[in-house]
Design a protein around this ligand. Sequence first.
Ligand SMILES: Nc1ncnc2c1ncn2[C@@H]1O[C@H](COP(=O)(O)OP(=O)(O)O)[C@@H](O)[C@H]1O
Ligand SMILES: [Mg+2]
Length: 468
Amino acid sequence: MNAPLPTTDAVVDQRHPWLGLASFSESTRGFFYGREEEVAELARRVQRMLLTVLFGQSGLGKTSILRAGLVPRLRAEGYCPVYVRIDYGPDAPSPALQIKQAILRETAAAGTWSRAGVAGQDESLWEFFHHRDDVLHDADGRVLLPLLIFDQFEEIFTLAQGDDGGRRRAAAFLEDLAELVENRPSAALEARLEDDDSVVERFDFARNDYRVLITLREDYLAHLESLKAAMPSITQNRMRLAPMTGQQALAAVTGPGGRLVTEEVAAAIVRFVAGGAELAHAQVEPSLLSLICRELNDKRTAAGRDEISLDLLAGSHASILSDFYARVLLEQPEAVRSVIEDMLLTASGYRENVAEEGVLHALTAAGAAPDAHSVLALLVDRRLLRIEERLDVRRVELTHDVLCGVVLASRALRHEREERGIAERKLASQRERERATRKALLRARQITAGCVVLTVVSVGSAVFGYVK
Ligand SMILES: Nc1ncnc2c1ncn2[C@@H]1O[C@H](COP(=O)(O)OP(=O)(O)O)[C@@H](O)[C@H]1O
Ligand SMILES: [Mg+2]
């Protein structure tokens, strides 16, 4: 696992109401604002169909919407949400078993099954959810619908593909999941149906009182499409998460902020995060907004003030982003920074997107440790970079235009340093050459002088000889 940034495990309270780069959770939902419409739409979708897919770029707030918005809401409406994150490691139990264990753990906390214990160890997920007359009730006798939540579903296309074992597990899981979301029993069970009457007694084929929700990073949408043949429903009920509008972003600042921030300052913060756009046209990345608010609030605390003021914002535009940039790259070799700055920014300082393969190549050449894939994953995780899928090619870019300034400044500094280094080396070699020339000259002079002396001596001795 990647070590979290210092801001991710920060405390949240009335005086520190912004989370920085951490996702919201059920316990921090009191500070979650601005996504009411999305939560409502997602809840409607989940209620309507067996499978819902929520997709969007990294950092737009998928996890937060689930945990701080959807789950508390659906809990109150008779659902029993079960988060599942599958371990694809060689020693982990089969995905189906992991999922069933998670369901039993969660449902035991929420209520009781009317025929507890009827579930068999080797059952498929479909079988698990279709036992005849086995219904989940809460303490008041109200029926609860299990809702399986697979956040970061893209992991099945990344983590699970590392080795044969992982790939086998992923394939088995997808098969189980397909039966569940298409609500069709396995071929094996269908075959038993013919000659085994107990099957009809044990299972209620008409049941559809469970739900599945998948969230996915947008750059893996094409991967998800590849499952369409086995799982047609993945295309039927999906919702794309967009960046926040100006108004939503304003709510995300003033809502949790309370008296720490005025409307005017909040609007200025939003405009800044939106790269200068007016509120009506702003498109705001919540991750960046949250980071800026948290850092500004830290500066407010350090200055001993009660309110975040415009001068704090003006004075720290650049430093917030450059601190962030420096922190993300803290443990990376200098060459990784060069890869980012030289590849992902055009000569004039605009965001450039580059095929993932090229970036991985360059990171490998730069000595990224432990390997290029995990460094790229780390930089995406820390929201410096993101990956987008365009025409089936995965392309890497900086997460946001507002980062261009700091990246450009850092590149200019580095180039200046490099050029100074080159100039110094040139100067040194020139001096060395001069020294060598002087030495050669001196030597030539010495030789000449020697020759002159020799000539004089020999002429002298010739004259002497002649006189003699
Ligand atoms: N409504 C919101 N208000 C303020 N910050 C938000 C909001 N939604 C998300 N964030 C922030 O954005 C960042 C990304 O959120 P996260 O839910 O992890 O996104 P994703 O799962 O899509 O990558 C986090 O720092 C989180 O605190
Ligand atoms: Mg997430």
